[in-house]
Ligand binder design. Sequence first.
Ligand SMILES: [Fe+2]
Length: 439
Amino acid sequence: MPHDELSRLVREDSVHKRVYTDPAIFELEMERIYGQAWIYVGHESQVKAPGDYDTTRIGDQDVIMVRAADGSVKVLYNRCAHKGAKLVAEGSGCVGKFFRCPYHAWTYQLDGTHLSAPLRSGFEGTCYDPTHPDFSMRALARVESYRGFVFASQSAQGIDLRTFLGGVVSSIDNLCDRSPVGEVEVAGGSFRVLQQSNWKVFYENLSDTMHARVTHESSFTAAREQSREIGEMPFELLIMDGNGEPYAFWEKLELRAYHHGHGYMEGIFDPGAATRDPVAAEHFANLSAAHGEDRARAILGMNRHNTIIYGSGSPHTVYQQFRVIRPLTVDRTMIEIQLFRCKDAPAAVFDRALTYANLINSPSSNVMPDDVELYRRCQEGNGTRGGDWVSLHRYLGTDRALDDGWVSTNGTSELPMRNQFAAWKAYMLAPGTEARHAA
Ligand SMILES: [Fe+2]
């Protein structure tokens, strides 16, 4: 697809619906975004001991995150060098000391290096060379981790992970800092939600403050009715009630937009968060014992809502989860929700994260299915001949430029979506991509 044709799909104030519906564009995204960017693979705690592995996808590629014999974390394509079979089935486990293909028993060390093929004598006089990389599992070009969060890039070129993440590292920091030892670990399995929509819609919705009190009317209304009935507002109802805040509340939030499509939504610093209820107070005491009260208040008072790591998903600092976004096809997206335990923090902190995930994000939630239904409607509506453009006009021209990105002057601005599509366009039109595809 010529660059000028792609370029015309993204305007300053709108995008053409083809970016959500055209399978050829999805294919280009897999190559130009998922083939280039740093993408979240998983957390180091998922592969604690040598041989532990977890499978996932980077764009359209099946990959394995594995703990190697030297303790490092490797990310390998899930393919045997012999006939191409996937070496491990989807999921997690431990392969032991080496990978062994279930088809013809070719084996590989945990870093992917070829170990052996049965009956070596059969290769005499051939080009089979166990030391040649063609006979090993192939590793992704680059792997880096930040505070235990492992990212990989399929491209050998480009900026390092820390530079790529920019200002959103503060969300990963705050998530980890909620543990008195500064470490989190994946706990339990993950929720999976199959969305009948293009992957980009989910990112747009993460900081779409204008939808909350409309899309989630049924759940926040039910929470309020229930609260009136029982005469209190427990945590379970409080987290559903939040979506019913008036527009004036959302207007006061700050929307930060960083390079590469990242960003977050944040309320003003909330020192009272440290002592709001018994769970918070216990957590505050726990963090204060490790770092002193000022630092503990600074950590718990950070009032951050959804964070966007474009291409990877959304870590949530306050309720310790990572919603991982995996594009499957142009109109199918898998969301995997990982939960984290803050090491050495009170058990009630993890219980609360679990409650939040169950009630707000799980497949049985009262809240998230509202969004999923709307994503599907967007996908289907954009499949009709009823119009071509998707509006991103809100507060265009008022966003304030910063050294490392942008900030909105109003929390209902569509700045995050405009920023995501600016990044999308930069990936899709990157120098050299047109020629490479033509070749
Ligand atoms: Fe929503």
